[in-house]
Unconditional design. Structure first.
Length: 372
């Protein structure tokens, strides 16, 4: 029984395989190729062209840089004493030129100065009797000086002497030594008050009222808010169009304002990496901020017979594509000046049809047609 089942299964399997093989051959014989025997039509690329006219073009040099304060100074104490309260002790506080910024207690120094003036007053008084008899011509001058003397006021210059004998006599009374010691103390007394050298703001404050300061103590840092300087790198090719004192139009896109700057200095050092030269532009005006990024335009010389073309059509750094009788040509140009969007070049003829669209994938000799 089992043998018969095996025989029947084998016959059925053989019949199925034969049927599958026959069906495959039948379908293969009826299959048609989907590949066309015709050659594909060549696609000719369309381009846009433009003819440029020679003109006398002003070489406007574009630049940019970060603004920095022209004057940032550290204030330090020159005397010893206790710092007194003033109204100018907060970071960011604005002050006018001449405002009192820091004040050190000067009572001891002031009283010592009064004592020195009293010593001079005594010395002059003691020599007056001898002066009246020995140098009567100068007596009235010294008497008036003595009458106007005030120990709480700055000492006035000593009266002039009439001759060498009077000079030696006054020097022998130690008058000159006392006088110049007083003038030195008067100058030192001025150091107890620190006034603003310009209008600006506090960048930092290191000491506060009540603190004891001594010579060399750092009090804080201040910045001038009326004078700024912009450092902008300039390419070597544009350097010949720049001169000291030249005006520069500056603007800030973030602040929405513009200013006029002046070229203060042109560095004689070249950045080896970028082959540029730092240009220092001074600028004054309201609304300027330390650290703000500014862009500017500097008016250069007039270039005669040059061409202004879009920067986007330049290929291989110094070439442009041209259209000539249905084919792409190549022309080398000499670049005079660059900006973000434009180039000033020489080497183009007014009759040249310069390709201005899709320049990236073109090659010399390629067949193209003009876009309708």
């Amino acid at each position: 029984m089992k043998k018969r089942q095996w025989i029947i299964s084998g016959i059925l399997t053989l019949l199925l395989l034969m049927g599958a093989a026959f069906g495959y051959q039948k379908m293969a014989a009826n299959k048609q190729s989907t590949v066309s025997e015709e050659k594909p039509a060549a696609v000719i690329r369309e381009v846009d062209t433009q003819q440029f006219e020679a003109a006398n073009i002003t070489n406007n040099i574009e630049l940019d840089g970060r603004l920095s304060a022209f004057e940032k100074i550290n204030l330090g104490a020159e005397v010893t004493g206790k710092l007194l309260p003033t109204s100018r002790h907060n970071v960011g506080s604005y002050f006018e030129e001449g405002d009192l910024l820091f004040q050190v207690d000067s009572n001891d120094e002031r009283y010592n100065l009064f004592a020195q003036r009293s010593s001079l007053l005594t010395a002059i008084t003691q020599m007056m009797p001898d002066l009246k008899f020995d140098y009567p011509a100068s007596f009235q001058t010294w008497k008036k000086y003595l009458d106007d003397f005030d120990v709480e006021q700055y000492v006035k210059p000593l009266p002039p002497v009439q001759d060498e004998k009077e000079k030696y006599y006054i020097a022998g009374k130690n008058i000159y030594n006392l006088y110049y010691s007083i003038k030195s103390s008067e100058d030192r007394l001025k150091n107890y008050n620190i006034y603003a050298p310009f209008s600006g703001v506090f960048l930092s404050v290191n000491v506060f009222p009540g603190a004891l300061v001594s010579p060399g103590t750092s009090l804080g840092q201040v910045m001038n808010t009326t004078r700024f300087e912009l450092v902008a790198p300039i390419g070597m090719a544009d350097l010949k169009y720049i001169r000291k004192g030249q005006q520069v139009k500056l603007f800030s896109e973030e602040l929405g304002k513009s200013w006029t700057g002046v070229v203060n200095r042109i560095s004689n050092q070249i950045d080896q990496a970028t082959q540029s030269v730092p240009l220092y532009i001074g600028v004054m005006g309201s609304g300027l901020k330390d650290g703000v990024f500014l862009k500017g335009t500097l008016k250069g010389n007039t270039i005669k017979g040059a061409y202004e073309i879009p920067r986007s059509i330049l290929v291989n750094q110094n070439e442009v594509w041209t259209y000539d009788n249905g084919k792409v040509g190549k022309k080398e140009v000499s670049i005079i000046s660059r900006s973000d969007e434009k180039l000033i070049v020489e080497g183009i003829d007014p009759s040249d049809q310069v390709i201005v669209s899709g320049v990236n994938n073109l090659y010399e000799g390629q067949e193209v047609t003009l876009r309708k």
